[in-house]
Design a protein around this ligand. Sequence first.
Ligand code: URP
Ligand code: ZN
Ligand code: ZN
Length: 467
Amino acid sequence: MYDLVIANGKVVTPGRVRNCSLGVRGEEIAILSEDKLEGKRTIDATGKVVLPGAIDPHVHLELPFQGTISADDFYQGTVAAAFGGVTSVIDFAIHGKDVDILDHIQARRELAEPKVVVDYSFHPSFTTETQQNLDYVQKLIELGMPTFKLFLPYKREGFHVGDGFLFKMLQETHRHNGLVLIHAENADVVEQLMQEQEARGKVSWMQHYDSRPNFVEGTSIATSIELAKAAGSALYVVHLSTEEGLNHLRQAQHQGYPIMMETCPQYLEFTKDVYAQEDGLNYIMTPPMRLKKDNEALWSGIERGDIPCMGTDHCPFSTEQKLLGRELFSKVPNGGMGVETLLPYMFSEGVNQGRISLSRLAQLLSENTAKIHGLQHKGSLEVGKDADIVIVDPQLKRTVTAEAMHSNSDYSLYEGRELTGWPVITISRGEVIVEEGELKAERGRGKFVERTISSELLNAAPQGGLA
Ligand code: URP
Ligand code: ZN
Ligand code: ZN
């Protein structure tokens, strides 16, 4: 007798979609079988797709940023995640200039612990170029946080680090089995262009795009790849938004370097035309929305498998917060929502539009994400893995509205957009946490997950380490 049985679903396992039943014991997947299974509770998944819970490796919950704090705290952000079929999130621990990273991580865990409803972790993020931080790399990896985020832009925000420190971090992480994640933009060029745009006063929200055009991402990615090659290390680029950046990354992958990246649904969907809209400030995030040719190039990168995983950069602000920048583009807090629509968007636009298979969807949202970010017990529907499962109705049509979503933000980037293929049940470590549109999870039930990345993945060519 299993604690929970999911019967008769189309179950997406690594490399194979099976019509079978899945049995859960305690917090883990205990069996996958074509035979009938007995369970204390049985969920009939006839006509449904059973996927591994999605993992969002890029969220910013209650992030103090640009004069305000991102609108979703660890409770509301993880509730939104749960409704979207996301069963693990990785947030960023970005320490203040005079705050020790270990103290900051401790404080952030205390903030998160009583609130989270799905499992979580942090990417330590260094904002000072000190030997002390380099020395912390090994310790942080031992503490289960092997992914280090470096912001190459954001000089004004105090997040920026330079290429010299990036190079040292690439060397240090390579020594200890860690991975550097970069937000790739050339800081000096951005600053120069921002000043030029600011001198014009308020003209249009397009000034955000004009201060961060495609080449500032492309050039930063190109330089960072060369640094990674010289350091002999792997590299991961967050929120990839341009064809230029993708071309550099693909070239390095084809040369056999362990170069990885994520993109986000917003860079597949929107173009810079949104900045011509009156509500264009709602779309101000970094990187900005790009061009049609970038949407298409990124979709091709996903279809071919060059882009192994997806994140959302979920960092919502309310209209009131966005209006802090009503007088000037550069005063608008950068960020948008996305964790709840990640899976439905990729199901609708990816699977249902025939761009990707169910297997590729599972790789993009779970399997590859777990491998790259070192969530060893998560990411796939296999015996012994955590029973993090999402049951999706592939035909269910819903229209996105801020009201129907669970973010604290009062608008959605996808407002009015009909998507087909929505989660109907979300299960985290064997516990049903969302069902029939209702939250079943206790506040604080989520656990901190210690992560370890396999050295094969960090040293192999992408094709060798990932499906
Ligand atoms: O605009 C964004 N993306 N805000 C969050 C910080 C970052 O750059 O990821
Ligand atoms: Zn970023
Ligand atoms: Zn981000």
